[in-house]
Design a protein around this ligand. Structure first.
Ligand SMILES: C[S@@+](CC[C@H](N)C(=O)[O-])C[C@H]1O[C@@H](n2cnc3c(N)ncnc32)[C@H](O)[C@@H]1O
Length: 334
């Protein structure tokens, strides 16, 4: 038995997981599960949760223990021993067996058959593409869709053709590649939503530890679903990407605080695409010394512009100050 947050489960630990290895517990993804649980805890009561790619089942077991607003959890995985292993884990923890619905089929079949859910978590190896249609269709109005994508090779521009084929967008390969990748992913998911007359509003979107993660609120509303075309645009010769806010500050205010949540809250306050990477800018300006990021942010704000840190880069600043003025200020402060 392995354990996470005091919950025990049958599993094999591997930090590098892949389709080839039938290994299903990745400790690096603990952060991903922690934030998901905080988010579920802000949602309404009596939730019905769907986990189509449940792996070891640790996410579902933790939801049972840590989220008192959940009424039912349906867990599914196509893996051969899934059912047997999960029953062992439930019994080992002395959890109530009747609380869990356990399915052992292909994820799309599970989602189409078991609808409707208030929260669905699509957490695959690689691209979430093949689970998008079914997960969007099986959500109730106002439900939450959580999506992980570890498909960074395509989304962050190492394989541009793969990105165009899978996400209908031309990626970037520079210091903005992860912000761009996240915006490409959001736009793709929104387009899939639009074809079902659903609008998917990003509540929380981020990049961390080589994965992208987005939580959307789903609105079953044809007119609203067309908003996706207003929010989708080219950026120079790249894209198209989602150009709106990467998350909703009011929603984040409801989540139990931590350093990362605070950083996202700060970042979502400014809706600019891209950021200034201070190290790159110093190279360009041939500066030997740089001002502290916090000092520079303060000075930009003192001049009446918006500025904040970004989770995409510890030396990054998002601001609406023009590049020329920003360069001048950086030089003055260096
Ligand atoms: C990244 S793991 C899931 C990790 C899990 N969500 C967690 O938080 O620990 C992906 C899982 O998807 C399962 N899987 C892959 N393709 C599937 C499919 N088409 N239908 C159902 N399960 C599938 C694999 O067996 C694997 O356990």
């Amino acid at each position: 038995m392995l354990s996470e947050n005091g919950v025990f489960f049958v599993g094999e630990k591997k930090e590098v997981v892949s389709k080839k290895l039938p290994v299903f517990y990745n400790p690096v993804m603990k952060d991903n599960r922690d934030l998901s649980i905080k988010i579920i805890n802000t949602l309404r009561k009596d939730l019905r949760i769907g986990l189509p790619l449940a792996g070891s089942g640790i996410r579902g077991l933790r939801i049972y223990k840590e989220c008192s607003n959940v009424k039912e959890i349906a867990l599914n995985d196509v893996r051969k021993d899934f059912k047997e292993d999960l029953i062992k884990s439930i019994e080992y923890n002395n959890f109530k067996k009747t609380f869990f619905e356990i399915h052992n089929t292909e994820a799309n079949i599970f989602l189409h058959r078991e609808k409707y859910f208030d929260y669905v978590d699509v957490d695959p190896f690689g691209s979430p593409n093949k689970f998008l249609d079914s997960s969007i269709q099986c959500l109730k109005n106002n439900g939450v869709l959580a999506v992980t994508a570890t498909d960074t090779g395509a989304l962050a521009g190492s394989f541009p053709k793969a990105c165009m084929r899978k996400y209908w967008s031309k990626p970037l390969k520079n210091e903005f590649m992860h912000e761009f990748g996240l915006r490409i992913l959001i736009s793709k998911i929104q387009l899939v939503g639009a074809q079902h007359e659903k609008y998917l509003k990003p509540l929380v979107g981020y990049f961390k530890n080589h994965y992208y993660r987005v939580f959307f609120k789903l609105y079953s509303n044809r007119n609203k679903s067309e908003k996706v075309f207003e929010e989708r645009a080219y950026y120079e010769e790249h894209g198209p990407i989602y150009t709106g806010k990467l998350g909703d500050i009011d929603f984040l205010k409801k989540i139990e605080k931590d350093e990362f949540v605070d950083l996202l809250k700060e970042e979502y306050s400014i809706n600019t695409i891209g950021f200034c990477d201070l190290h790159k800018r110093a190279e360009k300006l041939k500066l030997k010394k740089l001002p502290k990021t916090s000092t520079l942010i303060e000075e930009i704000r003192n001049k009446g512009y918006e500025a904040c840190r970004t989770h995409f880069n510890p030396h990054g600043i998002k601001t609406n100050m023009k590049e020329k003025d920003l360069n001048k200020l950086i030089q003055q402060l260096s």
